[in-house]
Design a binder for this molecule. Structure first.
Ligand SMILES: Cc1cc2nc3c(=O)[nH]c(=O)nc-3n(C[C@H](O)[C@H](O)[C@H](O)COP(=O)(O)O)c2cc1C
Length: 175
């Protein structure tokens, strides 16, 4: 049976709320959800679609390889696994009003790490007029590398965005 896993971090805030909304769109019989610190990376090969979700909370949390944070720990463990063209998608939370020059930059980090692990990045998402920001490391050629969410300023759009994006993932994977 084909399986899906949703991995998110941090716990207890907007990211977890968004992750639960993504989870609710899939068949619970074939879908698991973990905060990334509780996930046993050695089981990653059991999954056909891997969905990563996080927020952008400043470059130092993401990019300092020595930083003791749970995403970095996860990505370091992932280095001994080959995702071997498995489907991997990501969603990222940000705040386009307070951080318009760095809106959802974390999606760029997810993309880089997914490519390093040889995953197949799916679920790219158009930069439409309903977003207002000036720059982002999380996009290229008019597409975000994954679903961009802003629960701080546009929470009313979240359900609709999550539904549309997960429909897109289902169409792209047949799951
Ligand atoms: C210290 C700090 C730095 C942040 N930096 C950014 C940023 O660079 N870009 C962005 O889009 N959002 C940024 N945000 C906004 C968060 O990504 C956003 O509020 C998110 O919903 C938080 O999710 P959480 O409640 O799960 O932590 C920042 C928030 C904080 C508290």
């Amino acid at each position: 049976m084909k399986k899906i896993v949703i991995l998110f971090w941090v716990k207890g805030g907007n990211v977890e709320r968004a992750a639960q909304k993504v989870y609710a769109m899939f068949d619970p019989e074939i879908t698991d959800i973990f905060d990334v610190a509780s996930f046993d990376v050695s089981t990653i090969e059991n999954y056909d679609l891997i969905i990563l979700g996080g927020s952008t909370v400043g470059a130092e949390r993401w990019l300092d390889t020595k930083a003791d944070n749970d995403w970095n720990r996860f990505f370091r463990k992932l280095e001994s696994h080959d995702l071997n063209s498995k489907n991997v998608a990501c969603f990222g939370l940000g705040d386009q009003v307070l951080y318009p020059d760095h809106f959802v930059d974390g999606l760029g980090v997810f993309k880089e790490e997914i490519e390093k692990a040889k995953g197949k990045l799916i679920g790219q998402w158009p930069v439409t007029d309903d977003y207002t920001f000036t720059d982002s490391d999380g996009m290229e050629d008019g597409m975000f590398f994954g679903l961009a969410l802003d629960l701080d300023n546009q929470d009313e759009l979240t359900d609709e965005r999550v539904k549309k994006w997960t429909d897109q993932l289902k169409a792209e994977t047949g799951l």
